[in-house]
Design a protein around this ligand. Structure first.
Ligand SMILES: [Fe+2]
Length: 348
């Protein structure tokens, strides 16, 4: 298996105080297949999605940009990569297999963590023909239900992968929904298990990163594209805390905050990694987070890599540096300094 990055991201790596952990976050590659789609595959919600893809989205997402992004990742050399959903367009078995090959080109399952998006769960589908192909990229380090057969997303999430002092917590918001809807739901059983994971990882003093497809924020999406139980998830975050939230789905760069017991946590939304949009805030991009623990806090440096249609490569975008005080520390202020390139416009 191709292993392009350093072995610093071994699950056993010790990211002690002063040692840096680099995480890349990308989202919504919308990998589609050029091969003809079977008529039987379109006798449902997929028909509308297929027509939309033929009319608009085929030109809006380009595999070529994903290849350029993969080359750029070799220069940023992250320890780990988080992919926050919508890897496919219609959730077709052929798209799942193509996306699996793309994941393998990014790194091994130990190096890449995936959560699904609404496009991946477009309609109810056969587990073995779809999500089973990505299982190694989604599953927890030590599945809670060892010995039980995983045959659905509900058996899997939330997931927990620990890399040194970093906890990568995967939350699934992907559910099949009616035509014209792109909603997501976490669901009470998953929220209940998530509370346990958040409390355990806080007690271990880990820097907790939550990866979810739908943004858990109010008022930034229409109801038909929203997370239906976002309020419950925000309430849980307000009670148990989390140090960083990564999402996709918006397809434009987004940067918000949510209140937690130890201060405000940053919520970052990535654009589509394959976007061919010329509008700056919708251009393909990915985020590079450099996390370093000090005695009482974490130094976080966040930098964008943004696709330049002219240069046909990824170039540096906006950067931000701030500190996060984890539970147990007295100070709870988010201190941020940002370096913005005046040539670049748009939301963070
Ligand atoms: Fe989505």
């Amino acid at each position: 298996m191709h292993k392009p990055y350093s072995d610093r991201n071994s699950p056993d790596a010790n990211h002690a105080s002063g040692e840096k952990f680099v995480l890349a976050h990308l989202s919504d590659p919308h990998i589609a297949c050029e091969s003809p789609v079977q008529k039987r595959d379109l006798l449902n919600k997929r028909l509308l999605g297929y027509l939309k893809w033929r009319l608009f989205r085929k030109r809006a997402h380009r595999d070529e940009i994903l290849s350029i992004l993969r080359e750029d990742l070799k220069t940023t050399a992250p320890d780990h990569i988080a992919v926050t959903g919508d890897l496919t367009h219609l959730g077709l078995p052929a798209e799942f297999r193509k996306a699996q090959l793309w994941l393998q080109s990014l790194g091994s399952p130990d190096q890449v963590t995936v959560v699904p998006g609404n496009h991946d769960a477009y309609v109810r589908s056969d587990w073995n023909e779809t999500f089973a192909w990505w299982l190694d990229y989604m599953v927890s380090d030590r599945p809670d239900r060892q010995g039980t057969r995983i045959s659905g997303l509900d058996d899997l999430f939330p997931t927990l992968r620990v890399r040194g002092r970093i906890a990568l917590i995967g939350v699934c918001s992907a559910r099949p929904s009616a035509p014209h809807l792109a909603i997501g739901t976490v669901g009470d059983p998953q929220l209940h298990r998530l509370e346990t994971v958040l409390k355990q990882t806080a007690a271990q003093g880990l820097f907790r990163i939550m990866a979810i497809h739908h943004p858990p924020l109010p008022g930034i999406e229409s109801w038909r594209r929203s997370l239906t139980d976002a309020h419950s998830l925000r309430t849980l975050v307000a009670r148990c805390g989390v140090e960083l939230i990564l999402h996709g789905h918006l397809e434009k760069a987004a940067h918000h905050t949510l209140d937690t017991p130890s201060g405000r946590t940053t919520v970052v939304g990535a654009t589509s990694a394959s976007s061919s949009s010329l509008a700056y805030e919708r251009r393909a991009r990915y985020y590079v987070f450099s996390l370093m623990a000090s005695e009482n806090a974490w130094d976080v440096h966040m930098a964008q890599r943004v696709y330049s249609p002219d240069a046909r490569c990824f170039i540096p975008g906006k950067e931000q540096h701030y500190q996060v005080y984890t539970p147990g520390t007295q100070r709870s202020t988010l201190q941020a300094t940002a370096r913005f390139n005046p040539q670049q416009k748009g939301a963070f």
